[in-house]
Design a binder for this molecule. Structure first.
Ligand SMILES: *Cc1c(COP(=O)(O)O)cnc(C)c1O
Length: 396
């Protein structure tokens, strides 16, 4: 239309869509709404955006910046498609809530992320979902746990805090035979160290907040699917749940991804170095890292995680609870903080912090002892980290 007045022109400035050259990165698409040339195109967009970048409608259904991150992680994991969420728990919720119903049965690894365990308990209490917990290393135990109503097998590649490595190929093969979908939380391993879809999983998810983002400045989650139909089922529920990732966060996650291989390799090497130095220290009774020959799944880790056993380690102090607190407070380079995946080294003593409310006799079932310290190793120089640790160990 011609001769529009300033009030109208101010509201309708031209929208610049570059052509002839390409932006170097997918920009932050700070437009949660898209307009269409035809009613038919708008109607079609309610089915969600297409992988070719067409059909964007409304951010809760999908955003171009988020799609760039989805495509990048799907590629790294070897999946057919991916779905971003606003947090790792958003990813866990989107998967469990979309694929379970009242009366459905889940076989889950005992040593899962705390938030996932809380959610499973909640689904059991309020929605009648039934859960059987298994150890994570015995396919016969999984087979025995299966029921006609079993819908999901839920596992973690490397579990917190004792770095248990789950036998993905053996356990997912049992699930596959029975038509059960295997879901693997691959947050600790990242697709650089392990790609669960190659070992028989159907769905892989991440708290992207951790290694994928890598700098503790963004919250996000992602789910990767072996086939696109499974993505559709989860996406259909995710738009009801409202678990979408926002474009700013997607941009930071994409940016983090570029250095993921460098960071994870360094974190994994640093963790192995610290685990080796801690082994045999007089104040330390036990060290948990899959790279150590004494680790219960060391051989499995060498097959499943040939490029490195991850940046998280744990160790037990002879001095128990008091020593754990003293050690983590005496660190000067490493920071006293929960979480993991940061470029900085983070240390935490669960018995005096995250598990402070758990009675001592119940700690063991969570894999926690009174003197256990968990370390999420960063990318600092390993010698500086060891000196920091050695100084703090002198104080316990
Ligand atoms: C942190 C974490 C989650 C939850 O992720 P958020 O981004 O905090 O919601 C899920 N699984 C594992 C293994 C985690 O470490």
């Amino acid at each position: 239309m011609e001769n529009l007045r300033p009030e109208t022109r101010a509201v309708h400035p031209p929208v610049v869509i570059p052509s002839g050259s390409r932006p170097f990165t997918t920009p932050i698409y700070q437009s949660h709404l898209f307009s269409f040339e035809t009613a038919e195109a708008l109607t079609g967009a309610f089915d969600g955006p297409n992988p070719d970048g067409s059909g964007f409608l409304y951010d809760r259904y999908g955003n171009p910046t988020a799609q760039a991150f989805e495509r990048a992680v799907a590629d790294l994991e070897g999946g057919a498609a991916a779905l971003t969420t606003g947090s790792g728990m958003g990813a866990v919720n989107a998967v469990l809530m979309s694929l379970l119903r009242s009366g459905a049965h889940v076989v889950a690894q005992r040593c899962l992320y705390g938030g996932t365990l809380v959610l499973l308990n909640d689904l059991a209490e309020r929605w009648g979902v039934e859960v059987t917990y298994v150890g994570g290393d015995d396919p016969a135990e999984v087979r025995a746990a299966l029921r006609p109503t079993t819908a999901l097998l839920v596992l973690e590649t490397i579990a917190n805090p004792t770095t248990q490595v789950v036998d993905l190929p053996a356990l997912s093969a049992v699930a596959r035979e029975a038509g059960v979908t295997t879901v693997v939380d691959n947050t600790f391993a990242t697709p650089l160290l392990c790609r669960p879809l190659e070992h028989g999983a159907d769905i892989v998810l991440h708290s992207a907040t951790k290694y994928l983002g890598g700098h503790s400045d963004v919250l996000g989650g992602i789910v990767v699917f072996a086939d696109a139909e499974l993505r559709r089922r989860v996406w259909t529920h995710a738009i009801e749940l409202g678990s979408a990732l926002d474009a700013h966060s997607a941009y930071l996650l994409l940016r983090g991804l570029a250095t993921l291989p460098l960071r994870v390799r360094r974190q994994s090497d640093n963790a192995r170095y610290l685990a080796e130095r801690l082994t045999g220290h007089p104040a330390v009774t036990r060290v948990h890292h899959p790279s150590l020959p004494a680790h219960p799944q060391h051989d499995l880790a060498r097959r499943l995680l040939p490029e490195g056993a991850g940046g998280v380690l744990a160790f037990e102090l002879a001095g128990g609870r008091e020593a754990g607190r003293t050690f983590t407070e005496a660190l000067q380079v490493a920071l006293l903080a929960p979480s993991l995946g940061d470029v900085k080294t983070l240390a935490m003593h669960p018995a005096s912090t995250s598990h402070a409310a758990v009675p001592p006799e119940d700690l063991a079932s969570a894999g926690v002892t009174e003197g256990l310290v968990r370390v999420a190793v960063g990318i600092e120089h390993p010698e500086d980290l060891w000196q920091d640790f050695a100084r703090a160990l002198d104080k316990v």
